[in-house]
Design a protein around this ligand. Structure first.
Ligand code: ADP
Length: 405
């Protein structure tokens, strides 16, 4: 049973349609090319004209022999004839003119004159160098035209591919925009009910907490409410992250740039995270200010995300290190942990939306794979770079490089 949907079929038929269009274009181009060639350059005309052209060359040779005794290479005239025929009419007529020239030379030029000797071995050996070099000249010169034709087709094919790629790019861009729009709309719609569910769950939990003795039948209800609260909190972070991502990507949120000391930004984040998690975070700062033009809240969001990831993906006993370095034109913020690390092939993917490493997916550490995508967007909007160096088992270091001016 064919289970393909009309959309599947549409997707499948698109590349086929493109191939068909390209084949048609090739055929049209070939027709157009041959239509452009003047009639007198048709191969048949070449075969016919080979006779007088070779004849003229032979006549030239005889005249040279008669009047210009000092001319050493009269045979060059027949080569000239072969080249002319090959240039205008291609390989076939050129080979025909080689044959005609060989017969002419044999009969009129090589002794004994007035006889064909090429059908005996000594005669054949005499004419062979001319025939071989004539054939080579004919093929090389004749191929020039087909090479030109091939180059023309290749150029056209490259142009077509570029146009196809452009079209596919536009389609992808459109689909991407639709996806972003859908995510943004869905998140907006989900935000209100999730907040309401969480609000009710928390309110009821608070009421239950106020009761001195919770009746037995309500203990299960409390556990259920706590789960609801936990899960709706997860959903709320997802919705918030999605909304954040879509507003950053669509440029709805303008950066509020101001001159900030990056040391203060990092100090603030480290203090908050230490208070929140109780983890040891070592901070290494230069003695003089590192001022850059940044959106302070957004940059704090980036550092906070990196530090909370470092905390989340490393063991509780290990310390986290945060440092700020001033470089020539840029400043670099580094967040290091001694956690499980990230495999080389996953390093680039971790900045993609919804990507979580297989280790993270199988662990109990919750997350949606959106934090680093948001960080990347924020850093890039500051004309900066974000990347990670890591080795499995040896921890990870995340770098944020920002222009100082
Ligand atoms: P998540 O919500 O899953 O933490 P992020 O976008 O912040 O999403 O991170 C994407 C993925 O990158 C994580 O799921 C995890 O696999 C990996 N990752 C991020 N930071 C670290 C880190 N410090 N150590 C190891 N893996 C990390």
């Amino acid at each position: 049973m064919d289970t393909t949907t009309p959309i599947d079929q549409q997707h499948k038929s698109r590349p086929q349609a493109r191939v068909l269009i390209r084949l048609r274009k090739d055929a049209q181009m070939r027709k157009h090319y041959f239509a452009q060639i003047p009639r007198w350059r048709h191969p048949l005309v070449g075969y016919l004209l080979s006779v007088p052209i070779v004849g003229l060359a032979m006549l030239g040779i005889l005249l040279i022999k008669l009047f210009l005794l000092a001319f050493s290479f009269p045979g060059v005239l027949v080569f000239l004839a072969v080249v002319v025929v090959a240039l205008f009419w291609g390989v076939g007529p050129a080979l025909f003119s080689v044959l005609l020239s060989a017969l002419g030379l044999d009969y009129l030029y090589f002794p004994p004159i007035g006889q064909f000797t090429m059908f005996s071995l000594p005669g054949l050996l005499q004419i062979l160098p001319f025939v071989v070099s004539g054939i080579i000249i004919a093929i090389i010169t004749g191929q020039r035209e087909s090479a030109r034709l091939r180059a023309l087709f290749a150029e056209q094919a490259a142009e077509d591919r570029a146009a196809d790629l452009e079209e596919s790019n536009q389609e992808l861009e459109q689909v991407n925009q639709m996806k972003d729009k859908f995510l943004s709309m869905a998140s907006h719609e989900l935000k209100t009910p999730i907040t309401a569910i969480r609000g009710h769950a928390e309110l009821t939990l608070r009421r239950l907490a106020k009761q001195k003795e919770v009746p037995k039948e309500l203990i299960d209800v409390r556990t259920a409410l706590e789960r609801i609260d936990e899960q709706t909190y997860r959903l709320q972070t997802l919705v918030d992250d999605l909304l954040d991502l879509s507003s950053i990507r669509s440029g709805k949120i303008a950066l509020e740039l101001s001159r900030c000391d990056l040391r203060d930004v990092c100090r603030g984040v480290v203090e908050d995270q230490q208070l929140l998690t109780g983890r040891t975070i070592e901070l290494e700062l230069p003695s003089s200010p590192v001022a850059a033009s940044v959106d302070r809240d957004r940059l704090s969001q980036v550092v906070s995300n990196l530090v909370s990831n470092a905390i989340k993906y490393s063991s509780e006993a290990s310390p986290i290190q945060v440092s700020v370095r001033r470089q020539e034109q840029t400043a670099c913020i580094e967040v290091h942990d001694d956690g499980q690390g990230i495999a080389e092939d996953q390093l680039k993917k971790i900045f993609e939306t919804f990507y979580r490493t297989p280790d993270a997916q199988t662990s109990k550490k919750s997350g949606w794979g959106l934090g680093l995508a948001i960080c990347k967007d924020i850093v890039e909007r500051h004309r900066g770079y974000i990347w990670c160096q890591s080795e499995p088992g040896k921890g990870s270091t995340f770098f944020v490089e920002l222009p100082l001016k």
